[in-house]
Design a protein around this ligand. Structure first.
Ligand SMILES: *Cc1c(COP(=O)(O)O)cnc(C)c1O
Length: 431
């Protein structure tokens, strides 16, 4: 077969043969061809440049083609791109593990380097189950979670995703049945709403305590399950209840980690230390796929006392040196670049730019947190129309369900933040 060459040829081949996330092969949604990216801009094959409002699914914190990240990658590639992690180790993995232990809440001491967020969450679930077996409770196999969550697309992850918005209906027979509490009330809710949620969460935990192994949640901001922001107090309640019933508390900070919500981790803002913490997405500054799971000494000892004596997981590309090196460089940039000031600056720009949309026709809610801006419509978004409208404004957005939102890179300049807000406004009008 001849090799496709021109952009239209390539796109035609893509359309016929290449899966994209959550798409049909018989009726594929349109895709655009990116030929380069630099700073906060993506370059399309037709020469147009778009400000990236998505940070490539919340990962590219420092923008694209960053000289420091490029150099870290090149330097490591010159030494070794990869070696197996079974029976071997290397400095990039050790240094990254140490760095993660240092910057995450005190008491999280042991690090599993996974190759994606979903795998990290599978490992986190396994840690919880193996821990319960190790401490003599093999019957405790269910997770307590909250509705509206998203934890990845593999089977274990799907089982703790929102049961309505997720894929439960299709795979109901194949998924473990976990326990779902109501979604917490929105940030800024009344004391009465908070008290009512707390009471119902507490009661649900008590009713199922004998069979529960852990609590699994995205702290403070539920991302792909609906961009819901909830009070920090709920996390303190979860910590209390976990302690009361000997449950392992898992925070999935794959979306919230590394400053996105205004604190380095959402756990920090709440003053809560989970027993297991997962990070991913922005870990490598958007360069390579890597995630990590941290746990306490207690969890590590518990699971090591289970019948296998070991944590039963070990991906081929575990601890990949390229990913570790670029993650270390990304964490350096984060520390040197005053991320907190940038997140606050972008947050203020998003709030100012999106506030006028509150109460306009078709808009159900506008919410911002850290460097996250969300416009929720009162109807499902026409993704094709919304995307096209944003592109006409010079911005890349990827709406889903009833949400048009942005999580821009932390290096986004004020005028580009304003541009993103204008694009969101245009997209919400036409969608
Ligand atoms: C994206 C995401 C995941 C899954 O990560 P992948 O790298 O896509 O597998 C899990 N949890 C949360 C909170 C996420 O946002």
């Amino acid at each position: 077969m001849s090799q496709p060459r021109t952009a239209p040829d390539l796109l035609a081949y893509d359309r016929d043969h290449v899966w994209h996330p959550y798409t049909s092969m018989t009726d594929p949604a349109p895709v655009r061809m990116v030929t380069g990216a630099s700073g906060v801009r993506l370059r399309l094959d037709d020469g147009r440049e778009l400000v990236d409002g998505m940070s490539s699914w919340w990962a590219a914190l420092h923008g694209y083609n960053h000289p420091v990240l490029n150099a870290a990658l090149a330097e490591q590639a010159g030494r070794m791109a990869h070696v197996m992690f079974g029976g071997l180790t290397h400095e990039p993995a050790i240094r990254l593990a140490q760095r993660l232990v240092e910057i995450t809440p005190a008491g999280l001491e042991h690090v599993f380097l996974a190759d994606s967020g979903s795998v990290a969450m599978e490992v986190a679930l396994k840690m919880v189950l193996q821990h319960q077996r190790g401490v003599g409770h093999p019957e405790r196999t269910r997770m307590l979670t909250i509705r509206g969550g998203y934890h990845g697309d593999t089977f274990g992850c799907m089982s703790v995703c929102d049961p309505v918005g997720g894929m439960h209906a299709m795979f109901a027979d194949l998924l473990p049945q976990h326990v779902f509490a109501d979604r917490p009330p929105a940030e800024g809710c009344s004391e009465a709403d908070l008290a009512a949620w707390t009471a119902s969460f507490r009661a649900l935990a008590a009713a199922h305590a004998h069979e529960l192994a852990g609590i699994v949640v995205e702290p403070r901001l539920q991302g792909a399950g609906g961009m819901w922001v909830y009070p920090l107090e709920c996390l303190r309640v979860m910590r209390e209840i976990a302690d009361e019933h000997d449950l392992v508390l898992v925070f999935d900070e794959i979306a919230t980690g590394f400053g996105r919500t205004g604190s380095l981790f959402a756990a920090d803002a709440a003053g809560v230390r989970p027993d297991v913490l997962a990070v991913g997405k922005a870990l490598t500054g958007g360069y390579l796929t890597m995630a990590a799971v941290l746990c306490t000494g207690e969890v590590a000892r518990g699971l090591s006392a289970s019948e296998s004596g070991v944590l039963m997981h070990g991906p081929t590309f575990m601890g990949n040196p390229l990913a570790c090196s670029v993650a270390l460089a990304s964490l350096d940039l984060l520390e040197q670049g005053d991320w907190a000031a940038n997140v606050a600056r972008i947050g203020a720009g998003l709030e100012a730019g999106l506030a006028p949309l509150r109460g306009t026709p078709g808009v159900a809610d506008v919410r911002t947190l850290g460097a996250v801006g969300v416009v929720q419509l009162d109807h499902p978004v026409d993704v094709a129309k919304a995307t096209e409208a944003a592109i006409e404004e010079g911005v890349w957005l990827r709406p889903f369900r009833d949400l048009i939102y942005t999580m821009p890179p932390y290096v986004t300049a004020d005028e580009d933040v304003s541009l993103i807000c204008r694009a969101i406004a245009r997209a919400s009008e036409v969608a």
